[in-house]
Design a protein around this ligand. Structure first.
Ligand SMILES: Cc1cc2nc3c(=O)[nH]c(=O)nc-3n(C[C@H](O)[C@H](O)[C@H](O)COP(=O)(O)OP(=O)(O)OC[C@H]3O[C@@H](n4cnc5c(N)ncnc54)[C@H](O)[C@@H]3O)c2cc1C
Length: 464
């Protein structure tokens, strides 16, 4: 089988490259190979009743399948160069923003029309943050919500399915360079391969280990990346409502007095829920919220994270994060929850104290002691930041504020790619979170558009 383009992975990076190729180069024969299931067949067996914890499915329905890791996410498309990846370092600040805006237009025209876009432009909170040693990062954000995000993905798939060949449950094993392109092997049999002139790899976090193998086999240089460690904070939504009503999500950075480390807020979910996340069998914490009011809660949650980067002699930043997450899983059997008041008093939380508190937890986690899990330096920074946030959102440092741990953000190693997001092998593009360059829906999607336009342009130049 011979294609003009094979895309590996149907997360936002893969979807938006396929979409743009369909629009800008409709004559090309394009296939998407995806390890997971089509959107409607993606089901996590955890139902909270019969199945309470991860049963380690061969293909994780939360991370894999049409929509990738973003399918059941909060659908927050942040339009900014300040966070979410460093795509701008490759393609330029202006183009990065332009592409993120274009992705937003596509989302809006495919079912996201009724959703709100928030912006930090002109907000009073910038000054209030500065007055309290906090820095509010610039961004505008479209909040699709988990429910509308699903509808947008459904609509995108329906528009593409007759033009692009989607092959689900097709895990790519190897990518080999052949004289006129690439051979993509996806099974054990001799005949289990397809050839293409150009290959776009967009395998996200779940494909991180596989990506390392591909880079080794094709001799593509890589560099170690950082890992972010911290907790997810849950408190009554009213405490943060001034900020969340105006900005929805605010990315705030605090430089600690003790160690001069940066602690930052991440993934804010007004009226949302805290959830488990399973990465390679390790249970960590995350959060999301729905656009529809009937599924909203009375709590807001967000992460407080500190970045750690190791390079010499120890390079495995992700391994460090995994070990800390494993420790919390060992002590708590999964995610640990602790009241802020208990943490600062140096005692573990228990069921009774949590039940008596004024924050009703939205995740069933094990009451425990986060100081036995997180390194002192990271925990001290988080405590300092909670007191700093208390000045702009009084009540953040209440005793009953809940902290879930641990939250870990793993990043793929950074793959060497140029301004076209092309590797040292001509026609082999590496995009999205799998490249280590993006860490978000909007950056991953924009990287897909960038590469598709490049391929379409090359085809046009050749024909002229
Ligand atoms: C619970 C959760 C909530 C999130 N919320 C947000 C949010 O609100 N805003 C935000 O900006 N970001 C959010 N994120 C992060 C966001 O989902 C990712 O940044 C984004 O999905 C990255 O897109 P991607 O296309 O690069 O990779 P992915 O979405 O990870 O997609 C990669 C795809 O490749 C497939 N694949 C992997 N290996 C192979 C292989 N060998 N062969 C074939 N297919 C393969 C996988 O099955 C997967 O479907 C969230 C993530 C999670 C898990």
């Amino acid at each position: 089988m011979k294609y003009d383009v094979i895309i590996v992975g149907a997360g936002p990076g893969g979807i938006f490259s396929a979409y743009e190729l369909m629009k800008k180069a409709p004559d090309l024969r394009v296939a998407v190979f995806e390890a997971g299931y089509p959107l409607e067949k993606r089901r996590c067996p955890i139902d909270g009743k019969k199945v309470k914890s991860c049963v380690k499915c061969k293909v994780c329905a939360i991370m894999s399948g049409f929509g990738g890791a973003g399918a059941f996410s909060d659908g927050k498309y942040n339009i900014t160069n300040d966070f979410g990846g460093t795509l701008y370092q490759h393609i330029g600040r202006h183009e990065a923003i332009e592409l993120m805006e274009y992705v937003d237009e596509i989302n809006v025209s495919h079912g996201g029309g009724g959703t709100r876009k928030f912006s930090t432009a002109g907000t009073k909170f910038k000054k209030i943050c500065m007055q309290n040693k906090l820095k509010l990062l610039d961004a505008s954000v479209r909040h699709l919500g988990t429910d509308i995000n699903y509808i947008v993905l459904e609509n995108l798939y329906n528009e593409m399915k007759d033009h692009i060949e989607f092959r689900f449950r097709t895990s790519v094993e190897h990518v080999e360079a052949i004289p006129d392109g690439y051979r993509v092997r996806y099974g054990d049999g001799e005949e289990d391969y397809a050839d293409c002139a150009k290959c776009i790899i967009s395998v996200g976090r779940s494909g991180s280990k596989w990506m390392e193998t591909v880079c080794r086999e094709l001799d593509i240089p890589t560099a170690s990346n950082r890992v972010d460690l911290g907790v997810r904070v849950e408190l009554p939504a009213v405490i943060f409502s001034d900020l969340t009503d105006e900005l929805y999500e605010s990315k705030i950075v605090y430089r600690t007095e003790k160690f001069e480390d940066n602690v930052r807020t991440f993934c804010m979910n007004p009226n949302g829920i805290v959830v488990n996340e399973n990465t390679n069998g390790i249970v960590t914490v995350n959060g999301h919220s729905y656009e529809g009011s009937e599924r909203q809660t009375e709590n807001t949650n967000f992460a407080l994270l500190v970045a750690k980067h190791f390079s010499e002699p120890f390079k495995d930043s992700n391994g460090y994060g995994e070990s800390i997450a494993r420790l919390s899983n060992m002590l708590g059997g999964g995610v640990i929850v602790q009241r802020f008041g208990d943490l600062v008093r140096g005692r573990r939380s228990n069921v009774k104290r949590i039940e008596e508190g004024m924050v009703q937890p939205t995740l069933a986690a094990t009451p425990g002691d986060l100081s036995l899990v997180l390194p002192k330096r990271i925990l001290d920074g988080i405590i300092e930041m909670i007191y700093a946030l208390d000045k702009i959102a009084p009540g953040t440092a209440n005793d009953d504020t809940l902290l879930y741990g641990v939250e870990v953000k793993f990043y793929n190693m950074e793959v060497e790619i140029d301004e076209n997001l092309e590797s040292r092998h001509k026609g082999l593009y590496i995009i999205g979170d799998g490249s280590g360059v993006t860490h978000s829906l909007s950056h991953a999607s924009a990287s897909g558009i960038h590469v598709a336009r490049r391929i379409a342009q090359e085809g046009k130049s050749r024909r002229q």
